[in-house]
Design a protein around this ligand. Structure first.
Ligand SMILES: [Zn+2]
Length: 254
């Protein structure tokens, strides 16, 4: 860059290699801040030593299962970490399950105390969802509204925790892309057209109930749809020799 010198030159010195090095070192050196002036950069993660604040925010979910005479009420309380910062996050802190039904009281207390301890340990607690959802009741499960099969009441508690962790952003929902949704809608329309043309294919609604007949018929999927093992929803139909799930898009041919 050219510099126009408008005044007389009074003195000058030649910049040496040493001078250049000193300047570069000064520029690279970090600016020393006083501790008081620096905002806290420490991001608090969930760990055992975090003390319970007097007030926690929580959500209570109601579970009504045909396996239980009374409803279960699942309360999950969350702690807010790094409040007011860019790292603000909500983490589950404790869980309680209440019911009029005291038959399973000791197991319910045990499972909630262990889960609360896992929550307070911190880290990735989402494995609890998978563990609980994989529990099968040997007496058989039941269907929820929407055609979702619950293999046990423990699995439904897992589903409630999953819904809660999705709500607070710990589990990110892998939703179907618009293309996948369009493809499923197309297949569904094609299947319903086949049923309309061939009414004899529609299963007899007065047929004797099997153990897996939905107790809540508002599934929204075509009659005769069977269980999809991938999404546990009664939405699997057979089209052109292929099993197709009208809920999650799973497909198997042959
Ligand atoms: Zn499916």
């Amino acid at each position: 860059m050219a510099i126009k010198i408008s005044k007389k030159i009074k003195s000058y010195s030649v910049q040496s290699a040493d001078d250049k090095a000193r300047e570069a070192a000064q520029a690279a050196a970090p600016v020393v801040e006083t501790p008081a002036a620096r905002p806290s950069a420490e991001v608090i993660q969930m760990h055992e030593q975090i003390e319970r604040p007097d007030v926690l925010i929580g959500s209570t979910y109601k579970i009504k299962s045909p396996l239980f005479e009374h409803a279960l009420y699942v309360t999950i309380n969350d702690i807010v970490l790094n409040k007011g910062t860019a790292h603000e996050s909500r983490r589950p802190f404790e869980i309680f399950i209440n019911s009029k039904n005291m038959d399973h009281f000791q197991w319910v207390v045990a499972i909630t105390r262990i889960m609360s301890a896992v929550f307070r340990k911190g880290g990735d607690v989402t494995f609890l969802v998978e563990e609980l959802k994989a529990v099968f009741d040997p007496r058989g499960g039941y269907f929820k509204a929407g055609g979702v099969y619950m293999p046990s009441i423990v699995a439904e508690i897992g589903a409630v925790i999953e819904a809660h962790l999705k709500m607070i952003g710990m589990i990110v929902d892998d939703e179907l892309s618009p293309e996948q949704q369009a493809l499923i809608a197309e297949k569904r329309a094609a299947y319903e057209a086949i049923l309309k043309k061939n009414p004899e294919l529609t299963p007899n609604p007065t047929a004797p109930a099997t153990t897996f007949t939905p107790s809540e018929p508002s599934s929204g999927f075509p009659p005769g749809a069977t269980m999809c093992h991938k999404c546990n929803t009664q939405a699997l139909v057979v089209m052109d020799g292929c099993q197709t799930c009208l809920n999650c898009g799973y497909s198997k041919c042959g």
